[in-house]
Design a protein around this ligand. Structure first.
Ligand SMILES: NC(=O)c1ccc[n+]([C@@H]2O[C@H](COP(=O)([O-])OP(=O)(O)OC[C@H]3O[C@@H](n4cnc5c(N)ncnc54)[C@H](OP(=O)(O)O)[C@@H]3O)[C@@H](O)[C@H]2O)c1
Length: 247
């Protein structure tokens, strides 16, 4: 049975990935989150969909290096890990960040520091095993800083540069590292954008593209795929054009 670990398993995108994995074959899932009640509800949902799969829950502190170490140690001690998906994150209000550095700190901790600590700790385990897939969810927001979400975007940009380094470290080995960049997706994180009429991709589609991309060892997964082209254009727009855009 494939051993799959999901950090931030209660995330809507991660939950849909877990459903796809569990429905395609019997898998062993380790679901990690900060909220036991939510984890238990997720376990029930997945167990009904895939009665033969084995599911383990782990609750922990994502925001301290000690907490991250404890989680990774307890997962790695008795299994060979096939896939790790690091999915947690939080979209701060940019305007609030501009008034309150505590909010900026929180945004950087949960979206950049914590995923990097998890990735680094798991990378050491995968190196010991000599194989495995480490997939980290970044965002298209990390591709270019813009006024409406640059604190979040900066955190995701840090994750991108970090993953790039990991990919270089593990190049030509059986340890694979993937950066996932969802575009705006219909999940609880984007509820306020949805209320304002923003166009969002269905989470089922995004999860399917992520699971397929991981299966194919893609180094970068834009989901939906169209965002690869959109961000290519955005990244290359000259500053004098970009500065006129209200984005
Ligand atoms: N939705 C989008 O449009 C979009 C676009 C680009 C990238 N992404 C990225 O995709 C990933 C998943 O997002 P989603 O849309 O599925 O969001 P979501 O459903 O709102 O899930 C967010 C997840 O992060 C966890 N989390 C938030 N703050 C945490 C903290 N301080 N400590 C531990 N866990 C924390 C939540 O835990 P609880 O369930 O306990 O609250 C939940 O598991 C994130 O990395 C996000 O940045 C999303």
């Amino acid at each position: 049975m494939k051993n799959i670990v999901i950090i931030g398993a209660t995330s809507c995108i991660a939950t849909h990935c877990a459903r796809l994995w569990a429905q395609s074959e019997s898998v062993s899932l380790t679901l990690v989150g900060r909220n036991s009640g939510k984890l238990q509800r997720l376990e029930q949902d997945l167990q009904v969909r895939s009665p033969e799969s084995s599911i383990t829950l782990l609750q922990g502190d994502f925001l301290s290096s000690g907490g991250v170490n404890e989680i990774v140690k307890s997962i790695a001690k008795d299994q060979v890990i096939d896939i790790v998906l690091i999915a947690h994150g939080s979209l701060p209000d940019q305007r609030t960040c501009e008034q309150d550095v505590e909010q900026v700190n929180d945004a950087l901790q949960v979206n950049a520091v914590s995923p990097v600590l998890f990735a680094e700790a798991f990378a050491a385990r995968l190196q010991e095993q000599g194989k495995g897939m480490l997939a980290v969810i970044g965002s298209v927001a990390g591709d270019r800083g813009r006024k409406s979400n640059y604190c979040y975007g900066a955190a995701k940009g840090l994750v991108e540069r970090y993953v790039q380094g990991l990919q270089h470290r593990f190049a030509n080995t059986a340890v694979k590292v993937t950066l996932i960049k969802p575009g705006p997706t219909d999940t609880p994180m984007t509820a306020s954008a949805k209320a304002k009429g923003g166009r969002l991709a269905p989470v089922e589609q995004v999860a399917k593209e992520i699971v397929t991309g991981i299966d194919k060892n893609k180094p970068v997964i834009y989901a939906p795929k169209i965002w690869r082209a959109i961000m290519m254009v955005i990244r290359h727009l000259p500053r004098f054009v970009f500065d006129k855009m209200d984005v």
